[in-house]
Write a protein that binds this ligand. Structure first.
Ligand code: LLP
Length: 443
């Protein structure tokens, strides 16, 4: 499973973006997040192209920056002509810091503070995605105070329960996100939005879940959402011009994961949309999508240095387990702990060897932070460079300083060049926020 520009070079080393990963590990240290810039760019282009070609109305693709946000990725996404979805004041601040056009920013979140709303409004954010009636009223008050009319979408819950890990399901009714369609609350909120000052209601939004390997949840949501647009029209006389279907397309973590291609995803969604518009008598609205994982996950690889391999006897077959310790773990990738996430890896300095040995890759935290259980690698031991694939989404973004680990560096690789886009944290960075009260200093 070689992804994007990954290949095995003449030295038998894994190469990404024309850079030898063994050299990258030497130059920049490990753990190291390596991002295949060409693949990110290709994904942005393809995603935009397939929907642009197939959908009958306007299409806007927003990169869901929660998946991975540093200044450089915001700049790449902007260069590729995508909008950006931010879900906090911090993400907003980061996007603005690289000159992301505010009108191309979509601002999400189930609880935006007044300060965050103020910042978004003052900077001229393109769309607020309003989560609940309380936020709607606060937004109206703040926008009116600034003398502006803020374009918004309202986030609704379509009542779809997607088949994905319970912690990344959001479309079901029992959710902290959005306003329910089925009990009439979403319609009430829309009626209120249409009367409130400072608010320009442009459309509705939903996001059903993440890492979805088929399109069923999306097509189910489309039927509910388009029927709801028809209800809004008949109840209020207003045709909402925008429909946002969120993100959710899954990626390959293992060989047998087969998410739909972008083409198939676009074809299925657009066909379902066409059918629903026809069924409910709705004019084609602009389509908004917010992919995160599917644009960046496969472009990311984490390099670790292997410490020791330790064989222990176990009761189950085959009687032994080999724990291979690496110099990172749950601080750079908490996903196995949180979501039972699975990964594939290879020994970067012997990428051409047969994968005939099964090992368990363990992090170095004071926890059983297993990164990958029972994975085939071939010969592996101290000093080897282990490359864990598909770590571009929700890894750096969810990294922590647990056990006072330093967050790894991130490098973008392309055409044989590597650029650091996030410096490895230093030991002094770990102390930067510490303050010693005078009464403790003598101790
Ligand atoms: N739009 C909204 C409103 C979202 O909540 C999300 C993800 C996205 C778009 C992007 O979804 P994607 O295309 O990436 O599936 N930390 C978890 C994933 C949480 C997803 C949260 N929302 C993980 O590591 O699996």
């Amino acid at each position: 499973m070689l992804l994007g520009t990954q290949r095995v070079n003449d030295a038998g080393h894994l190469e990404i973006g024309g850079c030898d990963t063994v050299e990258l590990a030497k130059t920049f240290g490990t753990p190291l997040y390596v991002v295949d810039e060409a693949l990110v760019r290709e994904n942005c282009r393809k995603y935009t192209e397939v929907f642009g070609k197939r959908y009958k109305g306007d299409v806007r693709i927003s990169y869901a920056s929660k998946a991975f946000l540093v200044q450089a990725i915001a700049a790449v996404v902007n260069e590729e002509g995508l909008d950006i979805d931010v879900a906090s004041g911090g993400e907003l601040y980061t996007a603005l810091s690289v000159g992301f056009p505010p009108e191309n920013i979509l601002y999400h979140g189930n609880y935006k503070s007044d300060e965050e709303i103020e910042l978004g409004i003052a900077k001229g954010v393109g769309r607020f995605v309003v989560d609940n009636p309380h936020e709607l009223r606060r937004l109206s008050r703040i926008a009116t105070g600034h003398g502006i009319v803020q374009p918004i979408l309202i986030r609704v819950t379509p009542g779809i329960d997607p088949h994905t890990h319970r912690r990344i399901r959001t479309g079901q009714e029992d959710s902290k996100f959005g306003i329910n369609v089925s009990d009439g609350s979403a319609l009430e909120a829309i009626k209120e939005a249409l009367t409130l000052p400072g608010i320009d209601l442009r459309g509705i939004h939903c996001h059903v879940g993440s890492q979805l390997l088929d399109t069923q949840s999306h097509t189910d949501a489309i039927d509910v959402m388009v029927e709801f647009l028809a209800t809004v029209k008949s109840e209020t006389g207003k045709s909402l011009p925008e429909l946002d279907l969120g993100g959710g397309l899954g990626v390959r973590y293992l060989e047998h994961h087969e998410p739909p291609s972008y083409e198939a995803f676009a074809e299925t969604l657009c066909a379902a949309l066409d059918a629903a518009f026809e069924k409910y008598g709705i004019e084609t609205p602009a389509l908004l999508l917010e992919p995160g994982r599917s644009l960046v996950a496969e472009a990311g690889t984490t390099l670790y240095t292997v410490g020791q391999a330790k064989k222990v006897n176990i009761v189950e077959e085959p009687g032994t387990r080999t724990y291979v310790a690496v110099d990172g773990g749950m601080s750079d990738n908490p996903r196995p702990q949180l979501y039972d996430a699975v990964y594939r890896c290879l020994v970067a300095n012997r990428a051409d060897q047969p994968r005939d040995q099964i090992v368990t890759v363990a992090g170095k935290h004071c926890e059983t932070d297993i990164l990958i259980w029972n994975t085939p690698t071939g010969v592996i031991g101290e000093g080897d460079v282990l490359a864990v694939q598909t770590t571009g989404a929700y890894n750096h973004a969810m990294a922590s300083n647990y056990n006072r680990f330093r967050r790894p560096a991130v490098v973008f690789v392309q055409n044989g060049h590597a650029d650091v886009v996030y410096e490895r944290e230093t030991l002094d960075d770990l102390l930067r926020q510490d303050r010693m009260p005078a009464r403790l200093q003598s101790s």
